[in-house]
Design a protein around this ligand. Sequence first.
Ligand code: GLN
Length: 494
Amino acid sequence: MQQESSLAQIQNFEGKYPKQLWYLFFSEMWERFCFYGMRGMLTIFMVSQLMMDEKAANLQYGATQAFVYAFTFIGGLFADKILGFRKSLFWGGLLMIAGSCILAFDPKTYFFLGISFTIIGTGFFKPNISTMVGSLYKEGDSRRDAGFSLFYSGINIGALLGGYACIAIAKSYSWNLAFGLAAIVMTISLLTFVFTQRSMGPIGLSPFANDPDKDKKKWYDYAVYGGSLLIIPVIMTMVAKTQYTDWFMYIIGPATLIYLFYEMSKYSAEEKKKLIAALVFILFSILFWAFFEQSGGSLSLFAANNLNNEIMGITLDPNGVNNSANSLFVIIFAPLLGIVWIWLSNRNKEPNTVIKFGLGFIFLAIAFYTFYATRFFANTAGMTSLSVFTLAYFIITFGELCLSPIGLSIMTKLSPQPLQGVMMGMWFLASAYGQYVAGILGAGMASPNEEATALEKLNTYTAGYHQLAIYALISGIVLIVISPWVRKMMQEVK
Ligand code: GLN
């Protein structure tokens, strides 16, 4: 067995990336394959197999996504306080495998049970693997953002493959097989992680690892495992009835903020300021995801109703493009943008994180102006250009790359060690609110008249995108204007 390395040895790596990053990259890639594979099947499964109407399926889908991301906060919290990142990841992975196996066995009967396992499992897995990436770097290491950028490509390779493969198998062979594939892939993710652990030195060990009472504290672990199983029936009930999601969302955000303020009271004024800066990023990211996540809802309906199927002479399914264009662009452009940041940083011209976030919103705004502009390319039947639509995805990808991988990185820079998991959880909790608000925005944009013509739908949706473009632009400008204040709060962190 390989010799365990010390933290200093790991963090003093040479070259661009630490080798452990590659292991985490693959583990997360397969986890995202499973997650996005499932995500891509949910709505269609509910409509075609569970015979739900589209509105109910959309609400259900929104609730599931909101719960998935909301539980990352709880997963982060238990990792910080009790399990440590490694055990959390392992437990989360096991629950995700169990969830996929349940769905593979009999998806119709056990749909909500399988989904609930996946929700809790992702909560333990997703935030903690991201925090472990941050732990590979010393404070102030300028290679950290590039590392998160690479990790983000892994996420999107998984998302692209899983998003395409699972639904294709479900449609042409069987739903059981497609959910089974998610289980197999998640097992690969977990095995990859088991091998990774050997080279992680002390990273991700339980906070009690050096506690003289650590054997006595074993039962804390068992309580977390037992508690997470016991809560599954509660999740099942809450996901199945979407009005419970509203209540849940009204409570979880304020409750986590109160908890964070309580934790913050234990830290120095400097640490507090950094955490406030982290909260500013978190708040803006809610807005960002609320717009961005139209892709799973209103944009997929728009793709189904109003788009032709041709890009530069190639025939493509518009919904396929809607589901995969973004991931493909991330894979291609994340490394290039990483190089651009390093190039700028070598010339002392790299924009700081607040400005990058502001740019993220500006790209978001241009992308939504482009979605809006599709109306000028429409024929009289309300069918418009898939190429212009894809161009908007190209632009939105740069917005995502200015905000999402950098957001992961900045959470690990601004949080003191004992709060790393919680803060990463809060970052993803913002995505939960984003998903939730995205559903509300999408529903507000949809035409009230089910019988509306394609042209009427085109006009209603694109008018909605125009509004979003304006709001995104205002948000970007606000961020850039307040950037000196946020920078001050961040102190030496860039
Ligand atoms: N697409 C990214 C992922 O799956 C970001 C998701 C999010 O934070 N909303 O990790």
